[in-house]
Ligand binder design. Structure first.
Ligand code: NAP
Ligand code: GCO
Length: 266
């Protein structure tokens, strides 16, 4: 096998949802670095404009689209526009996601539904929109961004864990149903990563000490640190490339070892 070619994404079109910043931005940057043409979306013009400048600063000619991934019509229009602008989507990263940290007995049904809609239903919507072109090409890569909460629960994240657990099984089902079209669907399960989504868990206390949850994660991680979005770049290129053509239905946990470790004794 020519390994340089195996990991190359030259000539591929990648759509990374919710990639204005955070994990999605890092993954898009990595796929661009491997040669892919990049399309990304978010919900606000402000985030889009800032992201386009950030991509340009890294020498990446990314195409940005305003699209709410929970809206099937908006997604269909975006995928059609990407096809006109760049070509059919060969690589889809379902990254867009939110979390609401609310005790379940205090969470409203609407709050629960909103998290599941974005973190699970949207992956169905966007995957469904790109599958026809992938089936016609008899080639494609779908990567779903799962979570520690695809495997574990914790207080206040019932909707998120339900959604990410479902996303793990949606990943396995897409892999099962479309493997015969040479389409591989895998997941990346990031550990605790320093992004805006986890900023509240890392805020310094009034006395300058670490947030208790920050200390907890450090103790639960063999690497004794939070992950950074950059830690996900290599795994994303691997799962988006020909190097993983016989990897299908797998959730690759990029967690510094949290899932393997009982945690350091206090
Ligand atoms: P983040 O910093 O909050 O970014 C989330 C992104 O999703 C933003 O670009 C946001 O864009 C977009 N988004 C949210 N709802 C959307 C919608 N309805 N339509 C389109 N875009 C939408 O989060 P992150 O930490 O980078 O996380 C990215 C993914 O990784 C999420 O799926 C998250 O669950 C998962 N994850 C995160 C961690 C972690 O520790 N950070 C660990 C495991 C998994 P706009 O708000 O501008 O629309
Ligand atoms: C939380 C965190 C986690 C991370 C991630 C871990 O409140 O527990 O936000 O859910 O975002 O999903 O893999």
């Amino acid at each position: 096998m020519n390994l340089e070619k195996a990991f190359s994404l030259e000539g591929r079109v990648a759509l990374v949802t919710g990639a204005a910043y955070g994990i999605g931005f890092a993954i898009a940057e990595a796929l661009a670095g491997a040669g892919a043409k990049i399309a990304f979306n978010c919900r606000s013009q402000h985030h889009l404009d800032a992201a386009l400048a950030d991509y340009a600063a890294k020498g990446i000619d990314a195409k940005g689209y305003i699209c709410d991934v929970t809206k099937e019509e908006e997604v269909a229009a975006m995928v059609g526009q990407i096809k006109e602008d760049l070509g059919p989507v060969n690589i889809l990263v379902n990254n867009a996601g939110i979390i609401k940290r609310i005790p379940m007995h205090e969470m409203t049904v609407e709050e629960f539904r909103q998290v599941v809609d974005i973190d699970l239903n949207a992956a169905f919507i966007v995957s469904k929109a790109v599958l026809p072109d992938m089936m016609e090409a008899r080639s494609g890569k779908i990567i779903n961004i799962c979570s520690m909460m695809s495997e574990l629960g914790r207080e206040t994240v019932s909707a998120y864990a339900a959604a990410k657990g479902g996303l793990k099984m949606l990943t396995k089902n897409i892999a099962s149903e479309y493997g015969e079209y040479n389409i591989q669907c895998n997941g990346i399960g990031p550990g605790y990563i320093a992004t805006p989504q986890t900023a509240p868990l890392r805020e310094r206390q009034a006395d300058g000490s670490r947030h208790p949850f920050d200390s907890f994660i450090i103790a639960k991680t063999p690497a004794a640190r939070w992950g950074n979005p950059e830690d996900l770049m290599g795994p994303a290129v691997f799962l988006a490339s020909g190097a993983s053509d016989f990897v299908n239905g797998h959730i690759l946990y990029v967690d510094g070892g949290i899932l393997a470790y009982i945690g350091k004794q206090p």
